[in-house]
Design a protein. Structure first.
Length: 63
């Protein structure tokens, strides 16, 4: 059985920055300080963010 998170596309940090209005630096700082968001890593080691984490980040940025 496949996990739903694996099936959902993951967004690159630049796309998350564009969609949420949060800078890349803010996303990285939150990751270190608060453990959120928790990006996955692609084959090159670049951060990719699951859709549910992008939605939560959007909620945090507008709140």
């Amino acid at each position: 059985m496949s996990d739903a998170r694996e099936a959902a596309p993951a967004a690159a940090i630049a796309a998350v920055e564009r969609d949420t209005g949060l800078s890349k630096d803010t996303l990285r700082i939150w990751e270190r300080r608060y453990g959120f968001p928790q990006p996955l890593r692609d084959a090159l080691g670049e951060r990719t963010y699951p859709a549910e984490q992008v939605e939560k980040a959007c909620a945090c940025s507008s709140g």
